[in-house]
Structures are given as C-alpha cells and as structure tokens.
Design a protein around this ligand. Structure first.
Ligand code: HEM
Length: 199
C-alpha cells in the first residue's frame, strides 16, 4: 500500500470510528442503558471521545516521523476536527441537556470551580484551529498557520487539566492522559525529533 492509500484508509477508519461512537451512544440513550444519570454519562463520554481524538491527532506527527510516512499527516486534521465536534457535542450535552441553556445557572456552576473554566478555555483554543483547518486558510496564513496550529498542544494541556479537575480522588486515566501528553511534547523537542527521524 502506498502512503496515500494509508492516509485514505486511516481517514475513513477515523470517520467510521466517530460514526460508531455517536451511534452507540445514541442507541444506549434510546435503550435507557446509560444509567440513572444519562445526561451526565453523555457529557462524560463525549468529553472522553474529544480528549482521545485530540491526543491521537497529536500522535500522528511523531508516528509519521518515526515511520517515515509523511503521507499520513492529513489524518491529523480529521482527528483534530473530530476532537472539536465531540467537544461541541459535549458542551451541548452539558449546557443544553443538563441546564436547558439556562446561562445564569451555567455561569453559577462555572464560578464554582476551575473545571468548567478549563473546559471552556480548551474549546476557545480549539475554535480557531477548527476554523482555519481548511487548505484555503492554510494557504492564506502561510507559515503563520503552523505557528497557530501549535496551539493544539495548549488545547490538549488545558483539556488534560480539565479532565484531572473532574476527580477529587486518584484516578489512573487522567494520569495516563498527562503522561501521554508529556511524551508527545518531548517528541516535539527538535533534538528528540531529529533523533526520531534518524532512527
Ligand atoms: C465549554 C466547554 C466545556 C464545559 C462547560 C465542560 C464541562 C464538563 C463537565 C461538567 C464535565 C463533568 C461531567 C460529569 O461528570 O457529569 C466534563 C467532563 C469532561 N470533559 Fe468537559 N467541558 C467543556 C469542554 C471540554 C473539552 C473541549 C473537552 C475535550 C477536548 C472536554 C473533555 C472532558 C473530559 C475528558 C471529561 C471527563 C469525562 C470523564 O469523567 O470520564 N471538555 N466537562
């Protein structure tokens, strides 16, 4: 298979995975299999899907560098966009299903802690990335596009913080997400990525 075939195959796999996740969630909701707090479960699951898509989007570059198949790089955009769409679904579940878009109530919750603020900050950072993800914007912004899209790491850091702030007791998953992000950041250090390219 050529690099281009790999990219196409991976992109379709991401579309299929996203479709399966949304369908399974809608089906479980319809079947009332999400437990007593079904809205909370939808919020948590869509949040998790967004985080996984975001972290996966950041693994594409190191994998492409290590495996020397640059053709898979477009998959980054697909994964990043799904991170954004799942974040929107997550926000919609939180603000719409949980609070019936009562913004006074939502602001009251936001004031209670940094958790919601960290989530909001993640979404604010993801928004310009999603809006400028097209080829036309890439051309228009030139080299600034690359600089702008490095904000994906800031979004991931804010998201990992948001994830961690959800728990008062020790949980393995947020620690794993933090370790994954730190490794991805290390892989971006020029000396390390040079080493990876030579390996
Ligand atoms: C305005 C933006 C956001 C708000 C108001 C928000 C709010 C929330 C709330 C209330 C929860 C806890 C749900 C519960 O326990 O019932 C939560 C969990 C979570 N959120 Fe967000 N969030 C926002 C943005 C984001 C974004 C952008 C991401 C990912 C890219 C994200 C990822 C997560 C994750 C991973 C969890 C934990 C899920 C779990 O418990 O396993 N959130 N969020």
């Amino acid at each position: 298979m050529t690099g281009r075939d790999w990219a196409r195959w991976l992109r379709w796999s991401v579309h299929l995975a996203a479709l399966l996740l949304v369908t399974a969630l809608a089906w479980a909701f319809w079947q009332q299999r999400l437990g007593p707090d079904s809205i909370g479960e939808i919020t948590r699951r869509t949040g998790r899907y967004a985080l996984v898509m975001l972290l996966l989007s950041l693994t594409v570059t190191p994998i492409a560098t290590l495996g020397k198949f640059k053709r898979i790089l477009p998959v980054r955009r697909t994964l990043g966009l799904y991170a954004f769409w799942f974040s929107l679904l997550h926000l919609l579940a939180f603000a719409g299903l949980d609070f019936a878009f009562d913004f006074k109530l939502i602001l009251g919750t936001a004031r209670q802690g940094n958790r919601v603020l960290a989530g909001l900050a993640t979404l604010v950072v993801l928004l310009p990335l999603a809006l400028t993800s097209t080829d036309a914007w890439r051309k228009r912004l030139g080299r600034h596009w690359k600089h702008l899209h490095r904000l994906a790491y800031l979004a991931a850091a804010l998201d990992v913080l948001h994830y961690g702030l959800n728990f008062k007791e020790f949980r393995t998953a947020p620690v794993l997400a933090t370790v994954a992000l730190i490794l991805l950041l290390i892989a971006r250090i020029p000396a390390v990525s040079r080493r990876l390219r030579q390996a």
